[in-house]
Design a protein around this ligand. Sequence first.
Ligand code: PMP
Length: 391
Amino acid sequence: MKGFEHLQAELDQMKEKGTFRQLVEIESDQGPYVTINGKQVIQLSSNNYLGLTTHPKLKQAALKAVEEFGAGTGSVRTIVGTFSMHQELERRLAEFKHTEAALVFQSGFTANVGVLSALLDDKDVVISDAWNHASIIDGIRLTKAARRIYKHSDMADLEQALKETQQYRTRLIVTDGVFSMDGDVALLPEIVELAEKYNAMVMVDDAHASGVFGSNGRGTVDHFDLNGRVHIQVGTLSKAIGVLGGYVASTQTVRDYLIHRGRPFLFSTSHPPAVTAACIAALDVLLEEPQLIDKLWDNTRFFKAGLQSLGFNTGNSESPVTPVIVGDGAKAMLFSDRLLQEGVMGTGIAYPTVPEGTARVRTIVTAAHSQEDLQKALHIFEKVGKELNII
Ligand code: PMP
């Protein structure tokens, strides 16, 4: 069929440059080892920080929910798609995050898009870190608010932005809690200080921090002891929580407003019972098994130190997200392909997801890995790294 020839031309260019990707097919569950092309490999690319994708309590909760409440909800939340369990999960999330209220969206992506597009209009300004996640960028594109992007974690630039935007009604500073490609942590205490000095509000996207930072995985706000000083916390149920979804933890006003104006919430069907029940079970696990978080951090320290002592460049990571930066896009893809052939799944990430010249294999260890698994992975990194002259 004719049409979209220019798109095919762009894809052909990617193929020439070696940055065209096939989707990787997982033929097993999402555990510390996965089956790809019939072969077991060490999984170092999932966001399954605590190993909850396969936790028995989550699986049992999902199965029970299917038996009792069926496979789907048949409606958006605002018509007849709100089951008791949806409200229970939101109460539990608010309690967990020490906020007045919470609201669940279908994904972390739609939570960011829904919040930013609904809460701001042309009287407002959004002040956003240059490295924020794509869903924040898209949310900002959908608002009528003015926008000011500050240099990544540059507090002088943020202060300048705050000085320049005093005429706006609401000024919302938005930042990832943990930056998803580099694993560095937002300078949240400084951001909150500046926000208070200039009478602005703060929104943190803790997608990669919930379940990882703070007591029982409450996130960066709790980690930095800033409870009550950050207006909006977005989180995801798709990473450490092990299931699917996003949420906003904030005030009752914000929750009520988003129920009426948050477009992805309003116009897209609610989560199936299995998803919601598994998320509730995951919150129980966070409270009952904090040792999983300790294990995640032990594994993170072990693996990061191992990569560094081999001579790899792991950037400024302060979290389990550990990039192995190689620079050239095609080289990062080759690195990833060779790792996979040797038994490690480490995804190559290149421009436009990260700036040109900083292509990398991004690794994330989980609490489900043993140190033997990680030692095995380090041997493979060493072998392939030497072969490709990366170390
Ligand atoms: N925010 C950040 C910082 C993320 O890394 C991601 C996931 N890539 C999201 C939001 C979106 O979350 P979800 O996968 O639940 O849509």
